[in-house]
Design a protein around this ligand. Structure first.
Ligand SMILES: Nc1nc2c(ncn2[C@@H]2O[C@H](COP(=O)(O)OP(=O)(O)OP(=O)(O)O)[C@@H](O)[C@H]2O)c(=O)[nH]1
Length: 887
């Protein structure tokens, strides 16, 4: 008997790949990849296991089997269709411009065992699925799968035991309600579980389908939910009906939720359950009035105000049933100058709420919170297409690959053949399967987005030219993808070239932890020629296979949330933003916030410039109507009205102004110890940049060997050259520190590091690097260091002194500077340097200290960039505090 790969076995057994992997694991067989070959004996064990579980019983256990997504096909059929369904095994057959599917199609994978090629398979359902279902014995469904399947109603997934009332008898032909991923599922005859629910039909005495039998249960469940929602809605309506001038009685027993109303919080799961958002147009109109910003809910608890990012003073006043002028006065007492129409941030609202014995619940509008599907109603979750980023070294064929995938001519249209902008494209593979591609000019945009909290990509395609091999940017791309925890599929490109050497690429990448599956590793490699369009279909199959493993889900029913991929100002069209919808559905007319910008979606275009009215999950769209140019990586989310959008954006703008806020929470060597102590850090990410590769290697080796059972040192990236913005972005996105050895940070990188709060350490002696890390771990074990500012000086003139570099001629404007103090060099609010003084002089004499009102000359130790007139020097000393470990 021949070996089979995991995904082939899964196909044969009618299971999904993930389940098969876990089933194999359960049977004690180690599986690391869906491409892994399974030994013949294990294959037969699995088959036996399958048969055992499929053995027909006199009990009518149709319910679970009916709901199996894979049961619509017999294993034997799966095999036979695998060879014919793909149009035999002509490898060059295009996958996504197939003739239109007149018949319902379904999508799956198969392997042509003779040729060893895994192929997409398009299965035409010539036989009604009900027949196929009846031909094979039913197989009990595992509850987990039932739960996961988006198209299932939970009721249908009830295990066999849940239907004991059914009369015993021979298994009857139950209609196929399994979801196969194809349009079969919508076949009228087969009465799909996810079609219009026959809940209102009275269940017949016998001959009922399991679906019908279970419907009352489902109905009850639904009714309960609806009832709950109706109650909630009533409460909201009650609140909405409160006239403006009428004070809310018993304010302390009223829970006021300014955001949980139709106008404020369109992404609230409850609202979605009510289906209010889409049907809420009329209400919206009716609600146009400031008083409708607040809704009340009876509660015996403390007054609760739910605030997302901001709330206006007027709304806050309403929430606590006080006059706005009183709130303004309270704010002044708290040191916040705001008028009635101004917006206060959630934290200020919290302080204010304290004054009224109320509490504020802050709901964050960040990527982590908004893009999670946790609060989505499970049954609304559906599989979504994978979002793929193509990365690789310059000229290795990223654009050509994308071009060949979407059969357009991007490369020829590019100026100088260089990818000039980030594009996002949807590729239709037919059979309802799509892949969203992000075309980035390397990895900068990817990491930049990640640094902004965006996690856009599900899979990275690493393009490596077979004639060129692994190059510096290939390594960077690997490190960036790894740091983001995104799986990599390697596309070895240009195999058409005479000097192509795919084996060498494999070898080089294997050394970097990308061990090919055929060598016992887990990384998928695909040999392709983007130019000659060789192996593209196989690559697409592998992407879909990986996507299946990742089990990507989204809820198209909810309001859109996504990420800005790029944005620009177009002379004709105004601000144009490319938004990748990641959850929900974006519709024309929706109000979108993106970073600090917002607006009503005036028009939307797909990746080919075609106007569209709505875009579901994993769809990139060009959006017109946003009032500015948001940054790549900004979260885009639909809110219910412009007022809410404005409030949030105003508050965000204020936060952006306060640069300190953005640098909050970043890891620095200084606070490594406190993080270690609080247990908030398990590993310290390090990026090493050195003048030569050898030094970077040497530092990495010594750090990797560093013994510590508390914190693991993880080298995220190492390379030769100065510290660039990309390095800082990577550090910021990965909460890592940067070690520069005999290199400096590029000015823009230094600025970015300052803005992002990334700790950049510069060294000239390897030993000192290790020593510093050691000190950070051990030295701070005894001491906690605090910076105490002691003075400030303004740079009036700059002198160049041989061997000493630049000396800043300063006037002390505040406090004092001492010879052993530290200094921060600040320009336009940015700290360009932080470190020791190299010299402190009055005229030609070294002095110990200079006080306010006196001139002095100051050299900065280790700072080699120009000092400029007008720069500010801030002096500080480090104060050590003894730690009390036993607290
Ligand atoms: N022979 C051969 N040439 C290829 C193949 N793929 C790409 N090329 C050529 O390689 C060059 C670079 O291709 P691009 O697709 O622009 O590479 P890129 O990685 O997107 O480059 P940047 O946009 O500059 O980062 C072009 O001249 C392509 O025609 C291939 O499979 N075979």
């Amino acid at each position: 008997m021949a070996k089979l790969r995991v995904h082939e076995l899964a196909k044969e057994l009618g299971m999904n790949t993930k389940e098969t992997m876990s089933e194999l694991e359960n049977m004690g067989y180690r599986v690391t990849s869906p491409l892994q070959s399974v030994e013949p004996e294990m294959v037969s064990k699995m088959r036996q296991h399958q048969q055992d579980s499929e053995a027909p019983t006199p009990q009518p256990k149709a319910s679970a089997a009916d709901t199996s997504p894979a049961d619509s096909q017999k294993p034997s059929e799966a095999k036979s269709s695998s060879s014919k369904g793909s149009g035999a095994s002509t490898p060059a057959e295009p996958l996504y411009n197939k003739e239109s599917a007149a018949k319902p199609r379904q999508f799956s994978f198969s392997r042509d065992n003779k040729k060893g090629a895994i192929r997409f398979q398009e299965q035409r359902s010539s036989t009604p699925s009900t027949e196929r279902q009846a031909e094979r014995p039913s197989r009990p469904e595992s509850p987990s799968r039932a739960e996961r399947s988006p198209m299932y109603s939970k009721a249908n997934a009830t295990p066999p035991a849940a239907a004991p009332a059914k009369p015993a008898g021979p298994p009857r032909k139950a209609p196929d309600r399994s979801f196969t991923g194809g349009k079969d599922a919508f076949d009228k005859d087969s009465k799909p579980a996810f079609g219009p629910r026959p809940v209102r039909k009275p269940a017949p005495a016998d001959g009922r389908t399991v679906l019908e039998e279970l419907d009352p249960k489902e109905t009850r469940k639904k009714d309960k939910v609806k009832e709950k929602e109706r109650d909630k809605a009533k409460e909201r309506v009650k609140a909405d009906d409160v006239p403006v001038k009428k004070p809310i009685k018993k304010a302390e027993t009223v829970e006021i939720d300014p955001n949980k109303i139709r106008k404020m919080d369109s992404w609230d799961a409850d609202e979605i359950a009510l289906g209010r958002k889409r049907g809420g147009k009329k209400k919206k109109r009716k609600d146009k009035g400031s008083q409708q910003q607040v809704s009340t809910v009876e509660s015996k608890k403390q007054l609760k105000i739910i605030v997302h990012e901001a709330i206006s003073v007027a709304d806050f006043a309403k929430a606590v049933s006080k006059k706005a002028t009183e709130i303004v006065a309270k704010l002044i007492k708290l040191g916040v100058m705001a008028n009635i129409n101004q917006v206060i941030d959630a934290e200020t609202a919290e302080l204010l709420a304290d004054e009224y014995g109320a509490m504020v619940e802050i709901r964050k509008l960040d990527h982590e919170h908004l893009l999670s599907t946790e609060d989505d109603i499970q049954e609304n979750l559906q599989s979504r297409s994978p979002i793929v980023t193509i990365m690789g070294h310059v000229d290795h064929g990223k654009t050509s690959l994308l071009d060949s995938i979407r059969s357009s001519a991007v490369v020829t249209g590019e100026a100088g053949g260089i990818t000039q902008h980030i594009g996002a494209y949807n590729v239709d593979l037919g059979s309802g399967k799509k892949i969203a591609f992000l075309d980035t000019p390397g990895h900068e945009a990817f990491t930049q987005m990640r640094a902004r909290g965006a996690k856009v990509t599900d899979i990275v395609i690493l393009v490596v030219a077979a004639d060129d091999g692994v190059m510096p940017q290939t390594i960077e791309a690997i490190n960036h993808a790894k740091a983001a925890g995104v799986p990599i599929i390697v596309a070895v490109n240009k195999i058409d070239k005479p000097d192509a050497n795919p084996q060498r690429v494999m070898q080089e990448l294997a050394e970097r932890d990308l061990l090919p599956e055929e060598w016992g590793g887990t990384t998928i490699y695909c040999n392709i020629s983007a130019k000659e369009r060789i192996g593209i279909d196989n690559l697409m199959e592998m992407i879909m296979l990986q996507a299946e493993i990742l089990d990507l889900k989204a809820n198209p029913e909810r309001e859109a949330r996504g990420t800005v991929v790029e944005s620009k100002l177009d002379k004709q069209r105004g601000a144009v933003s490319t938004i990748l919808v990641q959850n929900g559905t974006l519709r024309k007319g929706d109000i979108v916030i993106a970073g600090t910008c917002y607006g009503r979606v005036r028009a939307m275009f797909d990746d080919r410039g075609k106007p569209i009215n709505e875009a579901g999950p994993s769809t990139p769209v060009e959006v017109l109507g946003i009032n500015g140019v948001p940054e790549a990586g900004d979260l885009a989310a639909v809110v219910a009205d412009e007022k809410t959008a404005r409030q949030i954006c105003t508050s965000r703008e204020e936060k952006v102004k306060n640069t300190e806020l953005t640098s909050k929470g970043k890891m620095t060597l200084d606070d490594l110890f406190s993080h270690m102590q609080s247990g908030t850090i398990k590993e310290l990410g390090i990026i090493i940049k050195a003048d030569v590769h050898g030094s970077a290697e040497a530092i990495a080796t010594s750090l990797e060997k560093f013994p510590s059972d508390q914190v693991k040192l993880r080298i995220i990236h190492k390379g030769a050259g100065g510290i660039t913005e990309t390095d800082v972005n990577l550090a910021s996105a990965s909460n890592a520190i940067i070690i520069g050895f005999s290199v400096r940070a590029e000015p823009k990188a230094a600025e970015l590091a300052q803005r992002e709060g990334v700790d950049v350490r510069l060294y000239n002696i390897i030993y000192e690097v290790v020593e510093d890390i050691k000190k950070a771990m051990e030295g701070l074990l005894d001491k906690q260091v605090e910076e105490l500012v002691i003075g400030q000086a303004s740079v009036r003139q700059v002198f160049r002194v041989p061997k000493q570099g630049e000396i800043a001629g300063c006037m002390m404007t505040e406090g004092k500077a001492t010879r052993n103090s530290f200094a921060r060099l600040i320009r336009n609010g940015n700290v360009l340097f932080k470190g020791k003084l190299a010299s402190l002089k009055r005229f030609k004499d070294d002095v110990k200290e200079v006080v306010k009102g006196y001139e002095c000359g100051i050299g900065l130790d280790g700072y080699n960039d120009p000092i400029e007139e007008g720069d500010t020097l801030e002096f500080y000393i480090l104060e050590e505090k003894t730690q009390t470990l036993d607290i």
